[in-house]
Write a protein that binds this ligand. Structure first.
Ligand SMILES: Nc1ncnc2c1ncn2[C@@H]1O[C@H](COP(=O)(O)OP(=O)(O)OP(=O)(O)O)[C@@H](O)[C@H]1O
Ligand SMILES: [Mg+2]
Length: 355
């Protein structure tokens, strides 16, 4: 039931100008140990993990599909950790978080002076991942221009830095993830068919939590006993009534939502037992969810929207994809709003190579 992968390291990028994440041409900075566990008890996850074991040692490109918060990145890392590339970097980049030109230079690097602000030569993430795994998160967000460049990179196994003339050979295993129906995007002409067939040699689907409710109890116990607030837990357990409510709830935000709720319980609930009253209202009584917000003459629409968006981000633990999805806006709109509010830096993009 408990799948402990090897401990590994995360190389944290330094964020300078808000959007731009750089670690320059030399050695990536800062290493931080990280242990990742995949917790499950359900048959469906058991089968998925068996599939991961089979697929991991191959060189096949893998597409991980699933709703937000279902563990796509965790699965991608597990695949890397079980492959013969495990001693090489695992590099993740969120394709939805950067506009096309920035994404290209993040991914492929750039030569000194290739555009305004390119003061130094910079190694791209594809090059950093050489010998290891490149994880393209939210691949469904790629614009047509960058789709073409990634296709060429996959076909040729070489990249060109922005402003560079010499091809650079790069050996990577590609794992992509999406919460979109890519086949439908292909039909709509928004995702290149040839790229789709290149990235989806093997498709792995992470099931939503509501389809594997057998995992809820073990996940709760895991989340209550780990994280920075675990000391607050002090042997506390979950009452039957609270557990029943959590089993009944559908968890639209999947495991990430459950993780956030557990974190909140660790901090806010008192006593030895977690009671149903400690749970957030919408979990305790989902039917009461259609609360009407009263009109407040002091609150202009702009301010209401801002608060609502920031609350959604909070609710999903800062996860922009999930917040955007549940707010019914595109991730690009969400980024624009955050820029408008001056809150972008707080929710900076993640681009985490690990070794
Ligand atoms: N089976 C699991 N056991 C333990 N933790 C899990 C499990 N599945 C997911 N998590 C945790 O839940 C959170 C969400 O997982 P992850 O980021 O991999 O999801 P995702 O599908 O990539 O989400 P998104 O689409 O929003 O990017 C992470 O903190 C991850 O560690
Ligand atoms: Mg993800």
């Amino acid at each position: 039931m408990n799948e402990n992968s090897n401990s590994s390291t995360t190389i944290l990028p330094t964020s300078n100008s808000g959007q731009q994440l750089q670690w320059g041409t030399q050695n990536p900075p800062v290493v931080k140990p990280e242990v990742r566990s995949i917790i499950y008890q359900s048959d469906v996850m058991n089968q998925l993990m068996k599939m991961i074991d089979r697929v991991a040692p191959s060189q096949a490109n893998v597409l991980v599909m699933g709703e937000s918060g279902t563990g796509k990145e965790l699965i991608a890392r597990a695949m890397h950790d079980r492959s013969n590339r495990k001693s090489k970097p695992f590099v993740a980049i969120n394709c939805g978080a950067l506009r096309e030109t920035l994404l290209e230079s993040e991914l492929f690097g750039h030569e000194k002076g290739s555009f305004t602000g390119a003061y130094n030569k910079k190694m791209g993430l594809a090059e950093v991942a050489n010998g290891g795994t490149l994880f393209l998160d939210e691949i469904g967000e790629l614009t047509p221009g960058i789709q073409a460049k990634i296709l060429r990179f996959i076909q040729e196994g070489e990249i060109y830095r922005v402003g560079g003339k010499e091809p650079i050979q790069v050996d990577i295993r590609l794992i992509s993830a999406t919460n979109r129906d890519l086949e439908q995007e292909v039909t709509k002409g928004q995702f290149r068919e040839d790229l789709y067939y290149r990235i989806n040699t093997i498709v792995v689907t992470t099931p939503p939590l509501r389809r594997r409710k057998e995992d809820i109890a073990v996940l709760i116990s895991h989340f209550l006993n780990q994280s920075q607030h675990a000391y607050l837990n002090r042997g506390r357990h979950v009452s039957d009534e609270a557990m029943q409510a959590m089993l009944k709830y559908d968890w639209p935000g999947n495991i990430r939502e459950l993780q956030n709720v557990c974190e909140r319980l660790q901090i806010l609930s008192e006593g030895h037992e977690i009671m149903v009253g400690d749970l957030p209202d919408h979990i305790r009584s989902p039917e009461k969810n259609d609360k009407f917000i009263d009109y407040d003459p002091q609150l202009p629409l702009y301010e209401l929207e801002k608060r609502y968006i920031l609350k959604a981000l909070d609710f999903f633990g800062g996860n922009k994809t999930q917040a955007a999805q549940n707010l019914g806006i595109t991730i690009k709109t969400l980024y624009n709003k955050l820029h408008e509010y001056g809150e972008f830096d707080k929710y900076a993009v993640h681009t985490r190579p690990t070794k």
